[in-house]
Design a protein around this ligand. Structure first.
Ligand code: 6PG
Length: 261
């Protein structure tokens, strides 16, 4: 494990090792949160990379480690599509995790990507967060675990390069028009991501290697590389990478341990 810009960077041999290490970490953190506060709040990532981790979370030993009845599920971002659409992050998480663990429906807080007006959906989700996280005035929800991915353009959640939401410090949720996707997205903003206790980034594959080098070792430029904006003041950041994704990081930064580190 290496420390880069205050973040723990762990390099595993394969994507399967990343999923295994990630599932074990998430299960441990959720279990610790329930022991400490009788509930755990978990913000999930979309995209392809976390799916294997979600499947392993629902399997032994992780499944038994977590008191699922005390876990509240949130999303870091969503595509503006119906829940049965193949691009729906809700659908992916439902199939890979929620349909396979005893989380109560009342504790599943999804972003309503199907809402005609994304701006309304963003405001509604902020209200939902305020209620679900029992938030007093001037405080922010504090996720116990916040899972994030990395796009090869440096985006995380749906904070894409050049979007105003990358610099958002007041609103917790934003509706973002992503020109290059010709699509709307709903996303948590850095205001919330940077209040998490544990932020876990997952990145695998050669196509992420150059972006990872730029994000972790290049000059700070969050408007161009939004993943750099995630630096919780009172939380921990870990990057779980496979060898391919870590391939462009400077050697002294990446002691690979076979299997899981
Ligand atoms: C989404 C994600 C997004 C994702 C990256 C990486 O909804 O797409 O939340 O931020 O993490 O795009 O996606 P892959 O894991 O598919 O490479």
């Amino acid at each position: 494990m290496s420390i880069i810009r205050g973040a723990n960077v762990i390099v595993c041999a394969t994507p399967a090792d990343v999923a295994r290490a990630g599932a074990a970490r998430v299960a441990t953190w959720l279990s610790a949160a329930v022991s400490a506060r009788n509930r755990a709040t978990f913000s999930l990532a979309g995209g392809r990379t976390p799916e294997a981790l979600y499947r392993l979370l629902a399997e032994t030993p992780n499944r038994e480690t977590v008191e699922w009845g005390s876990v509240e599920i949130f999303w870091g971002d969503e595509r503006c599509v119906p829940t049965d659409h193949p691009d729906s992050n809700y659908r992916m998480v439902r199939e890979a995790l929620l349909a396979r663990v005893p989380v109560s429906e009342a504790n599943i807080h999804r972003m309503r990507g199907e809402t005609a007006d994304p701006g309304t959906a963003a405001r509604e989700y902020e209200e939902l967060l305020r209620r679900a996280c029992r938030i007093e005035v001037d405080t922010l929800p504090r996720f116990d675990v916040c899972l994030l991915g990395l796009g090869s353009d440096g985006h995380t959640a749906s904070l894409f390069p050049g979007l105003p939401a990358v610099r958002e410090t007041q609103r917790w949720v934003a509706a973002a028009w992503v020109e290059k996707l010709d699509a709307w997205r709903l996303t948590l903003t850095p205001a919330l991501l940077n209040n998490a206790r544990h932020v876990l980034f997952l990145a695998t594959g050669k196509e992420k290697a150059e972006t990872l080098r730029a994000v972790l070792e290049g000059p700070m430029d969050p408007d161009r590389l939004p993943a750099q904006i995630v630096r919780p003041a009172r939380g921990r950041v870990e990057w779980l990478l496979d060898r391919d994704a870590a391939g462009r990081l400077s050697p002294q930064m990446t002691q690979t341990r076979h299997g899981v580190s």
